[in-house]
Design a protein around this ligand. Structure first.
Ligand code: HEM
Length: 372
């Protein structure tokens, strides 16, 4: 079948080969009652376990219940397969200010700093709890988030949510590298599921890193990045390739032949200038420029219609998982936000950070159990 296991050492939806579609949601907790929140986490876990296996959200299902009551599933996924649905939960810094959780907040979960050029919309930022739904069918992903929101009524409210189509990263060597909306291959030099040593070093929280409840988990950074595609489309091919630092066709690093060749930092052209521009994205984002920093990128393209000014409201919903954002996303984004030539063509409009605990051990475990 096309179902992804819901339990395991790590949460699914991180190194799982990136699916084609995304529905990401951030919730605010609106109850002050800790028991109600814990009950919701149990109810969510049960529903998520069912939906990821291609079943209805509730035990009875969309159409088998009594006519006098609202169904325990909304019905739009009837007849659809599991479509590799994964549901991945994370907890935001703001959650730890309540419910007596203060002492359990990892130091790595400090709110992200402001970066040069940020144009964030506060209503699209942060959140107490995030759930990432990825699937190969958009209706399956939306169905999952819709039902989780329905189950959470009165306990949580949707703060913001984002649809994505077209993965912009490969997370497995078995996947071809997809392209982002600037037309470039994205995810070439990503962490991949087949690299266990690198995943231990850069992706999964290790014993002793912080509170035990996060061991085996990972920190999730999301950034909604608007891409000014009309401006980009008017820039010459050579300039586009200079800005990214790779060729548009094959995706080879500037000066190299193949996609997976190493980035060449040092070669100079006939004019004595480095072939790879000092402001090229792959130079500024590269581990060698950032103390070895690496993360697992898992973003999606989005087009949220148009903006009323004749432009597509399009971009990249950037998703990155890492062992510690203080030595991964934060330094890399500092490097990019100061100098990256790409900044002329993009605007960061939303930002969030979540702690994603390890996977569930079995049927008696539930999302957040080790935290509450
Ligand atoms: C690499 C595009 C934002 C981190 C790349 C590549 C492209 C790209 C085309 C080369 C292929 C690859 O190795 O994956 C974009 C676009 C962005 C964006 C269009 C914004 C709309 C970001 C942000 C970060 C980031 C916000 C993190 C702060 C990286 C990293 C690499 C990379 C770490 C790999 C560098 C290497 O190891 O060679 N990006 N990117 N990117 N990007 Fe971005």
């Amino acid at each position: 079948t096309d179902a992804v296991a819901f339990t395991g050492e790590h949460q699914a939806g991180i190194v799982t080969p990136a699916q084609d579609r995304l529905h990401f949601v951030a919730f605010d907790v609106i109850t002050k009652d800790r028991d109600r929140l814990v009950q919701l986490l149990k109810d969510w876990t049960a529903a998520a376990a069912r939906m990821t296996q291609g079943r209805d959200a509730g035990e009875i299902g969309a159409v088998a219940g009594i006519p006098e009551a609202p169904p325990d599933d909304t019905g739009e996924a009837i007849g659809l397969p599991a479509a590799a649905l994964t549901l991945t939960i994370g907890f935001g810094p703001s959650l730890f200010r309540r419910f007596g959780l203060g002492a359990r907040q990892p130091a790595a979960l400090a709110p992200l700093p402001k970066f040069t050029g940020d144009t964030l919309d506060a209503s699209l930022c942060d959140g107490d709890i995030a759930i990432q739904a990825c699937a190969n069918d958009p209706q399956v992903a939306v169905h999952a988030i819709r039902n989780l929101a329905r189950i959470g009524m009165g306990v949580v409210s949707v703060r913001w949510s984002q649809l994505g189509f077209g993965r912009t990263s490969s997370t497995s060597t078995g996947q071809a590298t997809p392209r982002n909306l600037f037309g470039f291959k994205d995810g070439t030099r990503n962490l991949k599921a087949e690299e266990p040593d690198l995943l231990r070093e850069h992706l999964w929280v290790q014993p002793g890193d912080g509170p035990d409840w996060m061991t085996g988990g990972s920190y999730l950074v999301t950034r909604k990045i608007r891409m000014l595609v009309e401006t980009w489309d008017r820039s010459p091919l050579a300039e586009q390739e200079m800005i990214i630092g790779r060729t548009k066709g094959i995706g080879a690093p500037v000066g190299m032949a193949d996609e997976f060749d190493d980035v060449d930092f040092t070669s100079v052209g006939a004019d004595g200038e480095p072939l790879l521009a000092p402001v090229a994205h792959v130079r500024l984002a590269h581990p060698d420029t950032n103390n070895g920093a690496r993360m697992l990128r898992r973003g999606y393209n989005f087009v949220d219609g148009s903006d009323g000014l004749g432009r597509l409201n399009a971009g990249l919903f950037f998703i990155a998982y890492q062992r510690d954002p203080r030595t991964a996303f934060i330094p890399v984004q500092r490097s990019l936000s100061g100098r990256d030539e790409l900044n002329e063509y993009i605007r960061h409009v939303s930002s969030a950070l979540f702690a994603c605990p390890p996977g569930l051990s079995g049927p008696s475990d539930f999302w957040g159990k080790a935290l509450f």
